[in-house]
Design a binder for this molecule. Structure first.
Ligand code: PRP
Length: 216
């Protein structure tokens, strides 16, 4: 039996159709349920539902053999020793710096102002501003980052942007893209050896499904 860790939300919603195209079905009633362990149409594969930021931990410790996690989560987790064989191309978005519409970010950077930036992505934000030589005080938040500049908690934010709708709805504009983000398949190194057969077959069928989609 191999175990694949997924988080509910976009990753789950986009991974299920990918698995279906690879011939692995999940009962829709179960997919919509609160169950945390989901069997699949493949008796050798089950899914477990964990928080997005916990996916690398489950895979690192071998509680899951595989997982699907955004590049943002992988960069922040600092979890080492995960094999990342496939960029699944799902959950596409970008990690950005955004500020209120009226805030002159380039000017603030030019004059070397010390900026307060709210984010869930401390590691990626720290690296980005250090590389640019921008002085920042980072404030760790766990969600709704867009609110922080509106109530004076921060000058700007570092957050994921997909459609841009959340920024627009809150009067913020994107001023820098830090990196494009998509979800990757991650694999426990030991599982790769002990379950080489079933994991190899799963990776092959996902890869050929992705290649077919690209060829279309
Ligand atoms: C993400 C992100 C933004 C929003 C961007 O939040 O943090 O708030 O999506 O998407 P958009 O550009 O299409 O509007 P999510 O809903 O994943 O919740 P989170 O705050 O818990 O990360």
């Amino acid at each position: 039996m191999i175990t694949l860790a997924l988080s509910k939300g976009r990753i789950f919603d986009e991974t299920l159709p990918l698995l279906a195209r690879a011939g692995i079905s999940v009962d829709p009633a179960l997919a919509d349920s609160r169950s945390l362990i989901l069997p699949t149409g493949d008796p050798e594969l089950r899914l477990i539902i964990v928080r997005a930021s916990d996916v690398p931990t489950y895979v690192r410790y071998g509680a899951a053999d595989l997982g699907v996690a955004g590049a943002d989560v992988l960069l922040e987790s600092g979890v080492k020793g995960l094999y990342q064989p496939i960029d699944l191309g799902i959950g596409r978005c970008r990690l950005c710096v955004a500020v209120p519409c009226g805030f002159d970010y380039p000017q603030a950077v030019r004059r070397g102002a010390r900026l307060r930036v709210a984010t869930k992505y401390l590691q990626s934000a720290r690296r980005h501003f250090a590389e640019k030589g921008v002085h920042v005080d980072l404030i760790k938040l766990y969600g709704s980052m867009e609110l922080a500049p509106l109530v004076g908690l921060a000058d700007g934010i570092v957050d994921l942007v997909s459609s841009g709708g959340t920024l627009r709805a809150n009067g913020l504009v994107e001023v820098e893209e830090i990196m494009p983000i998509s979800a990757r398949l991650i694999v426990n190194q030991a599982s790769l050896k002990t379950l080489a057969g079933p994991i190899g077959r799963l990776l092959e069928s996902i890869e050929s499904t992705l290649a077919e989609a690209q060829a279309r």
